[in-house]
Design a protein around this ligand. Structure first.
Ligand SMILES: Nc1ncnc2c1ncn2[C@@H]1O[C@H](COP(=O)(O)OP(=O)(O)OP(=O)(O)O)[C@@H](O)[C@H]1O
Length: 617
């Protein structure tokens, strides 16, 4: 079981499988970067060689022509090094863009295609953190931290040159490097372990922050809450405490490294002076060695300061690894089956949410449809929404199965299911963009005529065309620019636009006024002539229009059958039969009667000899 931050509970230091896979195609580019770094490192030691020659040849022997040649060589070397650095920066930038695009795509795919139960366990704050992780991975694998690692092997080259120029300085330089190596190792031991806790506290702060931001309008209505403010401050303070403590530790080691850097110059110069006095090396050799020692020490100082970044990178890659390693919903089945007529069969259906001790749906068997308008009723928490998600194939049953026209739902991918079974969730949320964009989400590439038709069916057309920008109107955050009922109508249009043969609507009229509710009920009855429509509803106005009713009680089937039999048991009067024919044209506000029972096409049957029981809605 993985933690919320994606940290596996075991194998903390396991190598990042996805990172290896994601970076594998970029290997040739990394190789190019390595070659460029080699060139830069070689050119980087030219300054030391130049100083050596100037002190030992030009000054000692008065070789002016040598100076001119050396300066010319240095100008060329500086120009070439600049060119190589520019090329490497460009290459790394391109690599960074490729890494980020590949990861952002993969994360977006998870955001949209993870199984619903998994998605529900990952709150918005988690996704904010994951998108931040992508940036961290990019900057670490293609920015300064990566360049530092790429440059490290070439330190050997610099070290070899120290040996060549002034061999007595080699042991001194090696000792200095060993000191820095020890410091880098020690700082890594101290700084890395605290990292997991810092990240965990950052994540819990992020989760609360995202929750607060999403609920801000609701909270405004409740009035200021000192308790909530205190919780937020505590979460913030816990993270800050950790963050500051780690910053202090890091500053401690970085300052130590800076101090050691100055000390190494003092030691190197003093040792060099002694060697010069003993005529073991020249003045030029000492100057050159000092330049080279600077080149060796600088990356080590940087390394000490980078542990925190490497720690963050490790945590980020573990989190991404866990997320990207999760199986996605299937996209499409291998063979497309013909459009179903809409018979839904439940066979011994059980479902339990992850981590729960009891089934939320148990022993559910029965058939709904083909065709007709059916209702699922029951008390709050009885499992109505859960059942709809099972019928839509959003949750896999824990046991049993759902069949559509005899085909097991599990064989279909989410794309197939979306085309066969339209689903309106209990609390639909619009996404940033225009009304048109939002309705078209239900049918990518939808034509204007299809969008207009869906808006008409959903009862949204009239209010949309009255807006100054009509279908191009921006819906605002979550559709916040519209009323609850208007939002619901747009969401209904999203569900209807693809014209799926089965429609599952979770409380479709809960935000509609009574006129709109009657009109929509009439639309549903008309749709029910050639679609199987299942609504979860508490609304008497909608219930009395249904042909079949399925009553749930704590996840089990309490009763199922024709509406004319069940409505009186639910305390509702059976509507008088109306003349046959479509009812969509019924005057708004007037409930249209319909023939009760399966005569008009719909059936709801409990499987087996299950008695129809008396239940309260
Ligand atoms: N994501 C979830 N994780 C765990 N338990 C859940 C989850 N969603 C719902 N439940 C539980 O499953 C049970 C059925 O919930 P469901 O939403 O299906 O009820 P409902 O009949 O639609 O209720 P309502 O009429 O209030 O909308 C409830 O006990 C609920 O607590």
């Amino acid at each position: 079981m993985a933690a919320l931050d994606g940290t596996p509970s075991s194998g903390q230091d396991a190598p990042s499988a996805w990172l290896g896979a994601a970076l594998a195609p970029l290997r040739p580019a990394y190789l190019q970067a390595l070659l460029l770094s080699l060139g830069i490192s070689v050119l980087g030691v030219f300054a030391a060689v130049f100083s050596l020659q100037v002190y030992d040849r030009v000054i000692a022997k008065g070789g002016l022509s040598t100076l001119v040649a050396l300066v010319t060589g240095m100008v060329l070397a500086i120009g070439l090094e600049f060119g190589l650095r520019q090329a490497r920066a460009l290459l790394m930038q391109r690599l960074g863009a490729q890494v980020e695009v590949a990861l952002a795509r993969a994360v977006y795919e998870r955001l949209t295609c993870l199984p619903l139960a998994r998605l529900e366990s990952l709150p918005p704050g988690y996704w904010q953190t994951v998108f931040r992780d992508i940036e961290l991975v990019r900057t670490t694998t293609t920015g300064a931290p990566a360049l530092l690692l790429v440059d490290l092997p070439f330190l050997l080259l610099t070290l070899a040159l120290v040996g060549l120029i002034a061999w007595p300085m080699l042991p001194v330089t090696l000792l200095t490097l060993a000191g820095f190596g020890l410091l880098a190792w020690r700082s890594e031991r101290v700084l890395k372990p605290g990292h997991a806790q810092e990240r965990e506290r950052l994540l819990s702060r992020d989760l609360l922050q995202a929750d607060l931001a999403a609920s801000r309008l609701h909270l405004k209505g409740l009035g200021p809450s000192p308790a909530l403010g205190q919780r937020w401050e505590q979460a913030y303070a816990r993270w800050m405490q950790d963050s500051l403590a780690r910053s202090r530790e890091m500053d401690h080691y970085r300052d130590l490294a800076q101090g050691m850097s100055v000390a190494s110059t003092v030691i190197g110069t003093s040792a060099g002076a002694l060697f010069i006095l003993q005529q073991l090396m020249t003045m030029g050799g000492l100057i050159a060695c000092n330049i080279l020692a600077g080149k060796l020490v600088q990356p080590m100082v940087q390394l000490v300061g980078q542990w925190r970044v490497y720690g963050q990178f490790q945590a980020a890659s573990r989190r991404l690894d866990e997320l990207l390693g999760h199986a996605l919903d299937r996209g499409q089945a291998g063979v497309a089956l013909p459009r179903p007529r809409g018979t839904l069969l439940m066979e011994g259906l059980h479902f339990r949410y992850p981590g729960q001790e009891q089934d939320q749906i148990s022993r559910l068997s029965g058939q709904i449809g083909p065709l007709g308008l059916h209702a699922v009723v029951g008390a709050n928490g009885s499992g109505k929404s859960t059942l709809l998600k099972l019928l839509r194939g959003l949750y896999p049953p824990s046991a049993g199965r759902v069949l559509i026209d005899g085909a097991d739902l599990r064989q279909f991918g989410q794309l197939d299911l979306a085309g066969m079974v339209g689903y309106l969730s209990q609390q639909p949320r619009l996404v940033a963009g225009s009304i048109r964009d939002n309705i078209a989400l239900g049918l990518p590439g939808a034509s204007d005529a299809q969008i207009v038709a869906a808006a008409r069916q959903a009862g949204a057309y009239e209010f949309i065309v009255q807006l100054p920008q009509g279908f191009d109107t921006d819906v605002g955050e979550g559709g916040g620019r519209f009323s609850g009922g208007q939002r619901k109508r747009i969401a209904i249009a999203q569900t209807l636009i693809g014209d799926p043969p089965v429609l599952l609507l979770d409380e479709p009229t809960s935000d509609l006024d009574s006129v709109a509710e009657q009109a929509f009920a009439a639309t549903l009855r008309q749709l029910a002539q050639d679609h199987t429509v299942i609504v979860v509803t508490h609304s008497p106005a909608l219930l009395t229009q249904c042909q079949g009713i399925l009553v749930l009680d704590r996840g089990s089937l309490a009763a199922a059958g024709p509406a004319r039999e069940l409505l009186p048991r639910l305390g509702l009067a059976t509507p008088r039969p109306a003349p046959a024919g479509p009812t969509a044209g019924a005057p708004s506000g007037t409930p249209s009667g319909m023939p009760a029972g399966p005569a008009s096409g719909g059936t709801v049957r409990a499987a087996g000899p299950q008695p129809v029981q008396e239940v309260a809605a």
